[in-house]
Design a protein around this ligand. Sequence first.
Ligand code: PBG
Length: 323
Amino acid sequence: MELLFRPRRLRQCEALRKMVRETHLRPEDFIYPLFVSPGKGVRQEVPSMPGVCRLSVDNLVAEARAAAELGVPAVLLFGLPTKKDETGSEAASPKGAVQQALRQLKKQVPQLLLITDVCLCGYTSHGHCGVIAGGQVDNDASLEILAQVAVSHAEAGADVVAPSDMMDGRVGAIREALDERGFEMVPILSYAVKYASSFYGPFRDAAESAPAFGDRRSYQMDPANAREALREAALDVEEGADILMVKPALPYLDIIAQVAGEFDLPIAAYQVSGEYAMIKAAAANGWLNEEAVMLESLLAIKRAGADLILTYFAKQAAALLGK
Ligand code: PBG
């Protein structure tokens, strides 16, 4: 048989495969999410996220340093409050866990880029990402508070702020507040396209942020919608976002590809807690090869168009890639 094209010719040996490989994962692709707990000596594993712990600042510094030493350039900080209230007031406190972590990390791991999650859900008694008025999440009243949170992070040393609340207009409100306070060089990594996903379940255990009533479908996006993702991203670009994020990642590769095709800003994708938990659980049962599936899923996210990947596997993947 005469076959002109034999794609297998270029798959014969690792040297050839390496030369024609289109996508490469590197430790500098990753951003490592960390949960900061108040107090001292805290290291509490999240049951639904094996290997992920809530850490007090003392333990967090060591974890962040270990990631940096493996070549991971950035962490994303989520905070836990000492007490929650209606407006999530501790989120903007200079004494908050995130603000304290920022000051310590800047001092002790200066080469690490510090990104903070700007949201209220971990800090409000009702667990919603904004403030409540008349039983609803009040969009415009939430903007001012979110802007104060972002400014408090910048004041404590955040290099980048990442709003995840999905209120309309929050990128613009945060940009304006940062600029007014002299933080015009602090970029905004916007959770531009964030779906109302059931894959966030384990995270809500970690951050104790499940809504006390209702759900997040009045502000996060409907998983059925793709064209709306482009609209959401376009609004954030107009408001001054510097990096656009799509979240979750693996179930939304089509969205990552479309957003990357449409916009010329860097694209980030968040491999969320549920994606992590599925791989960990299957691996613990001996049903999947953890390392292979971890790398394949991260590669797929990058191939789809993500320049940056937020992943709880950051340290583990960087260690493997560096071998
Ligand atoms: C806060 C926030 C969430 C995540 C990141 N920021 C949870 C949510 O919206 O309910 C999810 C991260 C993950 O699942 O790993 N708004």
